[in-house]
Design a binder for this molecule. Sequence first.
Ligand code: GTQ
Ligand code: FE2
Length: 321
Amino acid sequence: MSNAEPAVDFHSAADLPALYRLLDEVQVKNGWAKAVPVIVREPKQVFVPHRWRFADTRAALHAAGRLVGTEWAERRNLIMANPFPGNDYATVPTLVGAYQMVKAGEKAHSHRHTPNAMRVVLEAAPGTFTVVEGAKIPMAPGDVLLTPNWCWHGHSNESAMDAYWIDYLDAPLTAAIGPMFFEQHPDKVEGSNRTEERSPMRFAFADYSRALAQADRIAPGVRQHVLGPATLESFDRVALEMSSGVQWEPGRTSANQIYTVVQGRGRSLVGQREFSWERGDMMAVPCWQPQQHQADENTILLRVSDEPLMRMLGWLRGGAA
Ligand code: GTQ
Ligand code: FE2
């Protein structure tokens, strides 16, 4: 029992509309008359299945190369915002994917932030590096690179070829729950005098593609290799190999997933949407969408998902092949 007086005279409410008007005055909503209940039998969300083509984003980034300088733009990137009305950031609820280009001879300033980040290299010539905590980590096509929470990182293209890659960040999750911190490096570009070919931050394509070729089958014609150990734990990285002609229907899962085509060509049915894809393309598969994939060539897909979070919270369901 509180001794304080209510700010509003609720005794005066003669009917529900009158009560609702008074609720506004104390900034609460009735929870009993919602048209759509917050609790539903199965996940329902505004995020939609979608596919982005590298052919489009590469051409757009090439044009941006003429118009956007890394001197004033922190990053020259294109955000794969899930195309539901009003969204301009997240690809799936917890993750954002972005294509990025760093021109030959160019550097992207060093910074650090609380969102965890990861990259998959699409095009890069020898001499292209991401600098993580003072170490130059080579970027070769197909490589997966990590820059976990609060690690300094910048990019340096000392080659003669423009470099293209895809970034993944758990920034939508960070933004949703609060602790978004960001800092620019005092030296603009963090100096480095050592190159680390082997690093816990790098999964070289040469290494993981070999491991994948020897991995166990999880379904006919499908092999799986988890990229680990992870120095970044809010999302995972799973390499999948599908032989040409193979059709695969993973069970639907409560995890939110983004697929990247590292090699090959094929088609997918996600929810009601049908997509064809090829190298460099990206596909958003939000929570609980049915999915079916067909490889028309020998294919390597990289699947990034918030499965570790779902598991930790006891919310992981489905996902069996
Ligand atoms: O390269 O550090 O696409 O901080 C978005 C935020 C890339 C990066 C993005 C970033 C980066
Ligand atoms: Fe960053």
